[in-house]
Structures are given as C-alpha cells and as structure tokens.
Design a protein around this ligand. Structure first.
Ligand code: NAD
Length: 500
C-alpha cells in the first residue's frame, strides 16, 4: 500500500454548501423542530455543514405534498412524451453540474472524486435517460377472456413512494430509486442517509430547474430511527423502497406491514463469493479480484469479499494479490492518484478494525494491511487474510470495508456448496474459460446477479437485486420500473353477452 501525495485537487477549498434544508413541495425549508445535525468529512473529521434534521412531522408534510401532487398534480397525468422531456432535461442538468455534485459526494462519503465524476454521476444521468425512454413503453396486455367479455390490463403508477437510501453510493442509489418512480408517474419522499445527505438535496434543486412539478420529489434529511421509521410506517405512503443493511430492512418491512401493509422493495447486504478456477490468466484476474473486493474502500454490498481460488493456482494468485495491494494508493480521495479514500465515519471505521482483530484472533493469516493510517480521518489499509476458514466471522459477516478473505478449493461441487453457505445472495463472480463450468456454477449459485469473467458489470438495462437475506424486487432494468406500477384489470361485455 502506498500513501497519496498532496496534489492540486487534494488541496482544493471546501465550497460553500448551497443546500442544507429539507426540500418539501418545491421549497427548501427548515425542519419543524428547527433542529440540525452535522455532516462530517471523513477525510479529516471536520464538520462540512449543518443539515436540517427532519423527523415525523417533516415526513408528514412531505408525504402530504407528494399525495397532493399524485392525486391532483400534473405529473401522473402528463403525456409520456412530456414526462420524458422533463426527465431528459433533468439528466442534462446533472451532466452540466457533474463536478459540483462529485465534490459533495467526495466530501460527504470519502468517495474517489475521479470515479464519481467520470463514472457514477454520468451513470445517474444514464439511468434517468433509460427510464425517460421507458415512459411511453408502459402498457398492459389484452386478455383472452372466455365468454362474451373483452378484457385488458392497465399499468398504473402505484402512488406515493418512500425511498430510504444508504451512504455508500449516494448518487446512484438516488437515481436507481427516483428515476423509475418518476417514469412510472409516481410522486415521492426521499430519505438520504444521514452520513451523506448533500447530493440528494442538490438533485432536488436540479429536478425543480428541469421542470419537475412541486411535490413530486421531496427530500427529508434526518436519521433512520426517526425520519426513516416515520416514512416506512406512514399510512399514506403506498410503497417503500430501501437499500441498506439487512437488520434495518427487517425494521422497514415490519413498519410497512404494521401500518398500511404497503409493499416493500429491499436491497440489502451481501457477502459475495468471487470464484476463480485454475484455467484463468492469473495476473489479470487477481487484479480484478482485488478491485472486486476493495473498490469504494470495500463499502459496497456487491464487493467480492469471499475469494475462492482453485488449489493449482492458489500460491501464484495470492502472490499477485499481495503485489497489487502494495501498489494500491490510500489517501485523499480528491487526489487523482488515490485508489482508496477514508471509510464513511467513525462507527464504520471502528467496526472494520474490530473485524480485522477477529480475523487475527480466529487464526487467519494476515497477508497485507490490517491497520488504520496514522493520520486524521478514517483511513484503513487494504487488508487481505489468507487461510480463511468458512466458519470464521470474517468469512461469514458483511464487513463493509477493505477486507478480503481468501480461501482455497478443489472441485466445482465443493465451491458451489461453500459459496452458497451464506444467508446472503446478492452477487457472485465466476472466473473461468470453461463454458461448462461457468454455466454450471452460475446456475447453481443462489444470488441475484452473476458476473462471469467480469465484475461490477452494472448497466441501466440489467436488473439488480438479491436472493435470500439480500432482499427482493429489483432496481434497474424494466423490473426496476414495474415495481412502481400496479395492474388494473378492465373487463367489459361485448356482442350478445348476457351482461348486456
Ligand atoms: P443502514 O441500514 O443503517 O441505513 C440505510 C438507510 O436506512 C439510511 O438512510 C438510514 O438512515 C435508514 N435507517 C436506519 N434505521 C432505520 C429505521 N429504523 N427505519 C427506517 N430507516 C432507517 O445501512 P448503512 O449502514 O447506511 O449501509 C450499509 C448497509 O447497506 C450494508 O449492509 C450494505 O450491504 C447495505 N447496502 C446494500 C445495497 C444493495 O443494493 N443491496 C447497496 C448499498 C448498501
């Protein structure tokens, strides 16, 4: 691991934060209580800004605005063409403001400035464009009814939606939830994570500039157990979507079930297997495996944090992983040379370090890293454990930090069984040139996304979500749109039906 040197970008001055209030019914407003909370820069533990702290009353005001916009406002009633035009304008405005938004996510979440600027925020615009293009492709079916009745289905927007999003990809998570809900004709209340509220407020501002009517997108910043819980249990929210931990997913579903039985869509944790067979190009796949585990400082639910390597190439592969870790630059995420910035906050930082201690105590061999950097901020070295056993805590629990657990396997049957031995089922990687093995393994792994000879191959058209405790329903793709639609069946007698 290397330390980043200061560069021009890393010395930049923190800009004045423009939006720190709640966004309700098209206006930036203080919270009813007047309370605020600090959002902290994980690079230096300093306060970036004070943000309005929304709670139950603010959620209620936001839901009322969304309800009014849904029941009486123009958005659900616009022609698809008009809705598409406004969504495309929104995407264009985002592209015009990439740098400003990227600065916010880097300061708030310690994310790599270069990656957000060139990949993540352009992806937000892509997702909006994808769903803008879907607005006029929402149609039902003609039914083959028996008897003298004609029937068809209509797909109608589900209504007012609550979106609860996490901090690790603040921009993309906003887009994955908001863009399809907009295309469907829904109105919504977004509750960003308390650690990274800034970009969601900026998107709300741009949405208004683009012509999205007041009340359609409302953003209530605040904490999970207060604002988040109030949104999940609100009687006038018709659907709740959530991305976050499995633990909180349970709470969200309980609140949804015990309030108005609203349906939920959950994207939750992962402990994804990355499986490498012995016919691969070791240098290439070892680099991919390393990035697959450590990208975004391991703060990714799809990170391939359980690496299974077939025994014939195990030693060579491990050596290459070690070499890659040595060249990995940890430091200020504004520095273009940095590959890995600070963990999101003190809580997550300490949690990751405690998992590293568990790994050492349980007898895994520490190959690289294992320490926090001796500087201000929440920086942790990329950490690789080898000789990891399936029943060790570091092999079972989601660490959500730059920690890779490496395991050896012999056969296809064995690795399928071991890879599936987890409560999670989000994603998996299968690396082999053997088509038969690739097909067998990809069909046998119980996970919502399988990447063969690639990793993190996201696309707006590719549905994404989990099996088992990783969740249900999908973001992205047409599945990501259909979860915001409901089916209405219409039947009417024809010819000489006895109904007439
Ligand atoms: P978290 O579950 O603590 O928080 C996620 C969101 O839920 C935040 O907005 C938070 O304020 C809110 N929240 C917290 N308590 C709540 C409550 N009682 N009621 C309603 N909302 C509440 O998760 P986190 O620590 O912010 O994020 C890390 C977790 O998210 C990891 O487990 C990770 O795997 C998961 N994650 C999953 C995906 C995915 O797509 N599957 C993506 C990103 C993160």
């Amino acid at each position: 691991m290397m330390l980043s040197k200061d560069s021009q970008e890393s010395n930049f001055k923190i800009p004045k934060i423009k939006f720190t209030q709640l966004f309700i019914n098209g206006e930036f407003v203080d919270s009813v209580s007047g309370k605020t909370f600090e959002t902290i820069d994980p690079r230096n533990e300093e306060v970036i800004a004070r943000i309005a702290e929304g709670d139950e009353e603010d959620i209620d005001l936001a839901v009322k605005a969304a309800r009014e916009a849904f029941d009486h406002g123009p958005w659900p009633r616009l022609t698809p063409k008009e809705r598409r035009r406004i969504m495309l304008k929104f995407a264009d405005l985002i592209l015009e403001h990439v740098k400003e938004i990227a600065v916010l996510d880097t300061m708030d979440a310690g994310k790599l400035f270069s990656a957000i600027k060139t990949i993540e925020i352009p992806n937000v615009a892509d997702v909006l464009c994808y769903y803008a293009g879907a607005t006029d492709k929402i149609h039902g079916t003609t039914l083959k009814m028996s008897g003298e009745i004609q029937g068809y289905t209509l797909l109608e927007p589900i209504g007012v939606v609550g979106h609860i999003i996490p901090w690790n990809f603040p921009s993309q998570m906003f887009a994955y939830k908001v863009a399809p809900a907009l295309a469907a004709g829904c109105t919504m209340v977004v509750k960003p994570a308390e650690q990274s509220p800034l970009s969601a407020l900026y998107y709300a501002y741009l949405a208004k500039q683009a012509g999205i009517p007041d009340g359609v997108i409302n953003v209530v910043t605040g904490f999970g157990p207060t604002a988040g819980a109030a949104l999940s249990s609100h009687m006038d929210v018709d659907k709740i979507t959530f991305t976050g931990s499995t633990e909180v997913g349970h709470l969200v579903m309980q609140a949804a079930a015990t309030s108005n039985l609203k349906p939920g869509s959950l994207e939750m944790g992962g402990k994804c297997p990355f499986i490498v067979f012995d016919d691969v190009d070791v240098d290439k796949i070892a680099s991919l495996a390393f990035v697959g585990a450590i990208y975004n400082k391991g703060e990714g639910c799809v990170c391939g944090s359980r690496l299974f390597i077939q025994e014939a190439i195990y030693d060579k592969f491990v050596k290459k992983l070690e070499e890659t870790a040595k060249t990995w630059v940890v430091g200020d995420p504004f520095d273009p040379n940095t590959r890995h910035g600070p963990q999101i906050d003190k809580i997550q930082f300490e949690k990751v370090l405690s998992y590293i201690e568990h790994g050492k105590r349980e007898g895994a061999t520490l190959l690289t890293g294992g320490n926090a950097l001796d500087r201000k901020g929440y920086f942790i070295e990329p950490t690789i454990f080898i000789d990891v056993e399936d029943d060790m805590i570091i092999a079972k629990e989601e660490i959500f930090g730059p920690v890779l657990s490496v395991m050896k396997f012999k056969t296809v049957e064995e690795v399928i069984k071991r890879a599936n031995c987890t409560k999670y089922g989000l994603a998996a990687g299968v690396m082999t040139k053997d088509l038969n093995i690739a097909n067998t393994v990809s069909r046998s792994i119980r996970a919502g996304v399988i990447w063969i000879n690639c990793y993190f191959a996201f696309d707006p058209d590719c549905p994404y979500g989990g099996y088992k405790c990783s969740g249900f329903e999908r973001d992205l793709g047409m599945e990501g749109l259909h979860k915001f639609l409901q089916v209405k069946s219409v039947a009417t007698p024809i010819y000489n039906s006895p109904w007439l």
